[in-house]
Design a protein around this ligand. Structure first.
Ligand SMILES: [Zn+2]
Length: 411
């Protein structure tokens, strides 16, 4: 008999989220947190082979234990899944933030070459090593909050050389599992006159990115003045054919049909989803597409919050993420996101937990591997020094003392 199992013990409450996973992230209630008191779990080659009460480790598995680790934890929870960030950028937009607070509009700033173009210039000017250093620091900040899976989008270079450079940076980040998304269709760079002209160029880039395996997903910003549903359709269709998963920045500023398109083509997530009418809410809730709410961006933009409560009541699945970026959401705080979800979108605490774990995993199509602590899934978890019920209550408070990915300690 090979002794190759690691037993983790000393867990006052093991929060498995198994109920939320069994319900596929929909209509989650208090019981679905899947809490096991005095819990323990067994790990083999980075995967969970058993979870349960410390006193109930099966005899046949007991014989195979090589090592026992006492976590001395108030709680162990699934590693958080951060499913929407613009992680790789250079420079900041603090000066523009101050200008906006003094009454200069976003449009005025954009018209004189500010906004996304400010970041674009900084990203194009930065070396790969410089970008990696910045991105790694930010990834570490997420890991310190218990994040084990981290999505990252391009979209600040808007040319071939530097979009590829950004994608390469995604591959070099250490620690969390990185999901790389190509968001060339984030804005229209000054080199192109129309969205369609630029999209044609991006279309020519997709096969190269696919060939080099630099991204798993393709994203597009559908909005008036950016990209339309009509032009997004063939672009996303090609992305699909090349083996990418597709996601959409949808209906943030106006009801532009992005959410309906996401549902129609079976996108894994529709992100922002603020300006939805009743029909769009119902259609999204009843689809397999995960709604990704980004309330920190809504706070910074001082706009409306997504109708998460309605989506959830209609049986929808709602994930939560920071939308971390230098313009509209310069924060990496999961505690702020969770708090806003509770305060502004009336999500319950189990819904917030689900939104940052299982449902976020669904948004990334990784729900078979991460998002809950169940046999067969990755041993991705965070160790808390406080009761899990105390999270998403006090802004900036993260009682995470250890973060593990696939049975390996990251923090
Ligand atoms: Zn975004």
């Amino acid at each position: 008999m090979t002794q190759n199992l690691t037993l983790f013990t000393g867990i006052k409450e093991l929060v498995t989220m198994a109920g939320a996973a069994a319900k596929d992230g929909r209509r989650v209630s208090d019981d679905d947190m899947g809490v096991i008191k005095n819990g323990a779990f067994l790990v083999e080659k980075g995967r969970l082979v058993w979870t349960g009460r410390e006193s109930a480790v099966p005899r046949d598995l007991k014989k195979r234990i090589k090592k026992t680790l006492d976590l001395k934890a108030e709680a162990v929870v699934p590693g958080f899944v951060e499913c929407h960030t613009h992680l790789v950028f250079a420079g900041d937009r603090a000066a523009e933030f101050e200008e906006r607070n003094r009454g200069v509009t976003y449009q005025e700033i954009a018209a004189r070459g500010g906004g996304i173009l400010t970041t674009m210039k900084a990203v194009r000017a930065a070396s790969k090593a410089q970008l990696l250093k910045l991105a790694q620091k930010r990834a570490d900040v997420f890991v310190q909050q218990g994040v084990t899976t981290l999505e990252a989008k391009t979209g600040y270079a808007l040319n071939e050389k530097d979009e590829i450079k950004t994608l390469q940076v995604h591959k070099l980040i250490e620690g969390p599992r990185i999901v790389s998304t190509f968001l060339g269709a984030h804005a229209i760079p000054p080199e192109f006159k129309t969205p369609d002209e630029y999209l044609k160029f991006l279309t020519s880039l997709l096969p190269k990115i696919a060939k080099q395996k630099l991204a798993e997903r393709v994203d597009i910003f559908i909005e008036k003045g950016f990209f339309s549903v009509e032009s997004a359709k063939p672009f996303l269709k090609l992305a699909r054919e090349l083996g990418f998963e597709v996601v959409i920045h949808a209906d943030q500023l106006s009801l532009s049909g992005g959410t309906d398109l996401a549902v129609e083509i079976g996108a894994h997530s529709a992100d922002h989803v603020i300006q939805l009418d009743e029909t769009a809410i119902r259609r999204l809730a009843q689809s397999s597409t995960t709604a990704v709410a980004l309330p920190a961006a809504d706070l910074y933009m001082r706009c409306a919050y997504p109708p998460s409560r309605k989506l959830l009541d209609e049986g929808g699945r709602v994930a939560l993420a920071t939308d971390f970026n230098p313009g509209s959401s310069p924060t990496q705080s999961l505690s702020l996101v969770g708090l806003l979800a509770r305060l502004e979108m009336k999500m319950t605490l189990p819904e917030v937990w689900t939104g940052l774990t299982y449902s976020a995993a669904c948004a990334l199509n990784l729900q078979k591997d991460v998002g809950s602590l169940e046999p067969g899934k990755c041993a991705d978890f965070a160790v808390l020094s406080e009761d899990w019920r105390s999270l998403f209550y006090s802004i900036g408070h993260h009682p995470v003392v250890q973060t593990w990915r696939e049975g390996r300690r990251l923090f």
